[in-house]
Design a protein around this ligand. Structure first.
Ligand SMILES: Cc1cc2nc3c(=O)[nH]c(=O)nc-3n(C[C@H](O)[C@H](O)[C@H](O)COP(=O)(O)O)c2cc1C
Length: 246
């Protein structure tokens, strides 16, 4: 079983590629969060993989919370793959305290966090995806052999990022407050459907953000009119669509 969580689709795509290569099946963690239950199939799974995006050098809190509750009595091999724009810090080590891991990898994918950074340019996105395809083939091979490997790109100052900056990010940055919609919204509701937290309600044809936002940026990037903004930071930036690079 491969469990995945995604905002803008990168982690779902990696999970799909991995599942194809290992002849496994994928499950969306967001579906289980909505139902507030744990997949019954997990009880008898011998190999369990998780795929998720890095949020501020750690896993999104909902993913950590979900994994902390999992009991896997028959599982012989657990692995994790994070997708990141650049690096993961010590996030995998921190995660493995809640969800012990036999193996871990990071896969670089196009960056989606435009409140603080720019989008990667087209060439870089294409290169990242081509490299990711190769990395996934190699990960699948390791998973098949149930190898105990740890190939995570930590980057500089990894402890500081994961154990100091991440809690500050969660405490002071993650909030729905900065999200708003400019004129031109066509009330299509795609933002609401894309939100993995079910945190966006359409009210009088316009999106309204609730308090469970995790800043995954799914709403902002999926808007077909690019009228969803985060504060003023997103106004002059492009939007990311994985499908443009596949
Ligand atoms: C809130 C947030 C925080 C992020 N933090 C990091 C980070 O610390 N390091 C990094 O390399 N990429 C970071 N990124 C980029 C994403 O991890 C990367 O683009 C990922 O592939 C997105 O996956 P998804 O499409 O499955 O949501 C961040 C993205 C978001 C939305």
């Amino acid at each position: 079983m491969i469990l995945y969580f995604t905002g803008t689709g990168n982690s779902r795509w990696v999970a799909q590629q991995l599942a194809e290569a290992t002849h496994d099946t994928i499950f969306n963690i967001a579906d289980y969060l909505k139902k507030d239950c744990i997949p019954g199939e997990l009880l008898h799974a011998g190999v369990v993989g998780i795929v998720f995006p890095v949020h501020a050098w750690y896993a999104p809190r909902v993913v950590v919370h979900f994994l902390s509750k999992l009991r896997l009595p028959d599982c012989k091999y657990r692995y994790a793959v994070c997708t990141c724009g650049d690096d993961m810090g010590k996030g995998m080590n921190r995660l493995s305290k809640h969800f012990p891991l036999d193996a871990a990898w990071s896969v670089a994918m196009p960056n989606t966090y435009i409140p603080m950074f720019n989008l990667d340019d087209d060439d870089f996105c294409h290169r990242k995806i081509a490299d990711a395809r190769r990395a996934i083939t190699s990960i699948a091979d390791d998973v098949f052999r149930q190898k105990k490997v740890w190939k995570v790109h930590e980057g500089g100052a990894p402890r500081l990022k994961t154990y100091v900056l991440n809690p500050l990010f969660v405490r002071f940055i993650i909030s729905p407050k900065g999200f708003h919609v400019d004129e031109g919204c066509i009330s299509c509701g795609k933002c609401s459907k894309a939100c993995p937290m079910e945190n966006i309600q359409m009210v009088d044809g316009l999106p309204v953000w609730g308090k469970h936002c995790i800043h995954c940026m799914a709403c902002l990037h999926i808007c077909p009119k690019s009228v969803i903004q985060y504060k003023k930071t997103s106004q002059k930036k492009g939007r990311y669509h994985l499908a443009d690079y596949l």
